[in-house]
Design a protein around this ligand. Structure first.
Ligand code: UDX
Length: 435
């Protein structure tokens, strides 16, 4: 079977390399010639553990090719649409222009009997509209939806060993074709769920809404702990032992960011309003504001430690990516906090093991250090904002000799508090009383 992957960002590049590694002939298509050039050379334009090795292996095998020309996909049985659906400027809704133009571009080349399969996250009802778009364009291809649940940092693992495969289809033929494409995964026991188009679209936003809710729940508990002298890390551990609750995604801190969770819950709210069902998702507004409040609470702690005076104060920020093992800085809480502190007059120096370059493109006014040591040097306060393992491995005794004042705030509740306090640091964390 021949497959095309339209859009070669995090999702598409990973899907292309993964499907090729299953033995299919794959053509990755993107409108960005620079990106295609890199991918052809076996280079990944972003940091994702394990992906470059897999990509290079597949390009060298001859199964995986890349092109900017949609006509090169004409013999494919399945066309996977993996383009972005970012938040629209000035609105909560998702911007669907890339999905729509991908369908427009592939329609004249998709052969009879082929499938156009959306993997992008879209508002419910989009797939049905795109199916109609195919008909109006005179395309013989059939539309299906197959949401993707991959996490950045684990993209290859999540694509080759997903915890479920969900397909929204309108015919047995479409389901069978997709089963063939995913046969190696199904043979490994991955659960298969057949749904209608609307349910398949909803599964993705429901899953991300649930995850966002879990994080904001524990961050709301962190707020309560701060006013009552409790410790949210102990609370999370204790409730997490109940298997109905589970311990994952209960890490309190500066909250969620990235290219998915924030925009997906906002797009879901916007869509529910269009549908007249806003009441059902009203709680997501609160999830969003708890999440943004966590960033503000972090800034409040910095102000407290610096006696409300940020002007010219040397502040070291450890972390720029929205999460570790990624160089993605989209809606990164770490950078939002750094930016706000800098705008209030703070002299902010940021270090991230992988995301300095991306961060400096978006926030050129911040200073970027080339190492942990350079970042901390002379600082009056250190903020731990992305929980890279490199930061957990910092020796607090050595680090103390670098800074002007041994103040640290753990915005991710991931550092060994006892070790830092033993070394003489004044240690604060979100959701934990200061000793
Ligand atoms: C998410 C979903 O997990 C994935 O299934 C979907 O396909 C895309 O969106 P991703 O954006 O890669 O994946 O990141 P995720 O691991 O979910 O983390 C999102 C954010 O939540 C990060 O900023 C992370 O730091 C934060 N987070 C996560 C917390 O603050 N606390 C937690 O306990 C977990």
């Amino acid at each position: 079977m021949k497959l095309s992957i339209i859009g070669t960002g995090y999702l598409g590049a990973t899907h292309a390399a993964a499907m090729s590694s299953l033995g299919f002939e794959v053509i990755g298509i993107d409108v960005d010639p620079a990106k295609i050039e890199l991918l052809r050379a076996g280079k990944v334009p972003f940091f994702e553990p394990g992906l470059e090795e897999l990509l290079l292996q597949e390009v060298n095998s001859g199964r995986l090719k890349f092109s900017t020309n949609f006509a090169d996909a004409k013999n494919c049985e399945i066309h996977f649409i993996c383009v972005g659906t970012p938040q629209q400027k000035g609105s909560l809704a998702a911007d669907l222009k890339y999905v729509e133009s991908a369908v427009d571009a592939i329609a004249p080349h998709a052969k009879a009997g082929s499938l156009v399969v959306g993997k992008s996250t879209v508002p419910v009802g989009t797939a049905a509209r795109l199916a109609q778009q195919l008909v109006e364009l005179g395309s013989p291809a059939e539309l299906a939806w197959n949401p993707e649940f991959l996490r950045e940092g684990f993209a290859v693992e999540d694509t080759l060993r997903p915890n479920r495969l969900v397909v929204g289809v309108t015919s047995d033929r479409a389901e069978n074709l997709l089963k063939l494409a995913y046969k190696p995964l199904l043979d490994n026991g991955v659960p298969w769920i057949r749904a209608d188009l609307a349910t398949a679209e909803l599964v993705k936003v429901a899953a991300n809404s649930f995850l966002a809710t879990k994080i904001s729940f524990i961050n709301a508990m962190a707020e309560i702990c701060e006013t009552t002298g409790g410790d949210v890390t102990v609370l999370a551990k204790a409730i997490g032992y109940d298997p109905r609750i589970g311990s994952r995604f209960l890490q309190a801190g500066i909250g969620f960011g990235g290219g998915c969770l924030p925009k997906d819950i906002r797009a879901f709210m916007a869509r529910s309003e269009e549908l007249g069902a806003q009441q059902s998702l009203e709680f997501l507004r609160e999830i969003d504001s708890i999440n943004l409040r966590a960033r503000q609470r972090m800034i409040d702690l910095v102000r407290l430690d610096l006696d409300e005076d940020l002007k010219g104060r040397k502040i070291a920020v450890l972390g720029a990516a929205f999460k570790p093992d990624s160089d993605d800085v989209r809606d990164s809480p770490a950078l939002d906090i750094s930016d706000q502190i800098s705008k209030a007059g703070g002299a902010v120096t940021v270090f991230d093991p992988k995301a300095n370059a991306n961060a400096s493109l978006r926030f050129p006014h911040l200073t970027y250090a080339a190492s942990i040591e350079a970042c901390m040097s002379g600082a009056e306060i250190v903020l731990h904002l992305t929980e890279w393992k490199e930061f957990r491995a910092i020796d607090p005794i050595k680090a103390k000799s670098l800074v002007a004042r041994a103040n640290i705030i753990d915005g991710r509740n991931a550092l060994d508090r006892e070790a830092w306090e033993r070394a003489g640091w004044h240690f604060r964390a979100l959701g934990r009383a200061t000793r």
